[in-house]
Design a protein around this ligand. Structure first.
Ligand code: ATP
Length: 179
């Protein structure tokens, strides 16, 4: 194979990541503006092991990754520790807490959960060859976030990679690339 030919055969992260074309968009958490109720809804209605945290839907800049189990624990603790944490409490995934407003005694208190975000999740760009993604997964990590110019595009889990390898093996038993 010459280089050019090899390149056309290389699967890239963008080919394996979710969402695929036509899928629902990624389930993400916005850094500011979501409520405790929104997050509880996320946990109730999805089964994902975690959620990318982004600055906003407009900018899609990746901040980190929040594990489902950490989110569930944090929400439980927050309710347990403070009766003013309510469904409509705003949640901040920011370094600095919002200035507390002088609300009434029964107003919902905001919640700051920045400390439970993994700020250095494994990330790859959309053009990273799967060969390298496989190498990364063989050494560490259960998921990698896929970005383009810092913007979040998708996610690849270890299972996605294993599924991809299985497919390759079926299509091309002589493939030695991933063995
Ligand atoms: P399992 O939970 O069965 O072990 P998994 O290891 O692939 O599966 P999950 O986090 O449940 O992990 O992801 C299931 C599928 O959904 C994968 O194909 C993954 O790419 C995709 N996925 C993971 N997180 C999200 C998310 N936040 N939004 C949309 N899709 C996601």
């Amino acid at each position: 194979l010459d280089n050019k030919e090899e390149f056309t055969h290389t699967t890239l992260a963008t080919d394996v990541m979710r969402p695929r074309r036509g899928d629902q968009p990624l389930t993400v958490i916005e850094q500011e503006g979501m409520t405790v109720g929104d997050l509880e809804h996320l946990v109730r209605t999805t089964k994902y092991n975690g959620f990318p945290v982004i600055t906003s839907h407009e900018s899609q800049q990746l901040i980190g990754y929040l594990y489902r189990r950490d989110l569930i624990l944090a929400l439980e603790n927050a309710h347990h520790n403070n009766e003013h944490v309510l469904s409509n409490s705003l949640v901040y995934f920011t370094l600095h807490a919002p200035t507390p407003s002088l609300g009434g005694a029964n107003d919902p208190v905001p919640l700051r959960l920045f400390n439970i975000v993994d700020l250095s999740p494994i990330t790859v760009t959309d053009h990273t060859p799967m060969e390298i993604v496989v190498e990364i997964f063989s050494k560490l990590g259960r998921q990698a976030l896929v970005t383009h110019n810092g913007k979040l595009l998708g996610i690849i889990t270890k299972k996605d990679v294993l599924r991809h390898i299985a497919q390759l093996n079926k299509q091309d038993p002589d493939s030695i690339l991933f063995n």
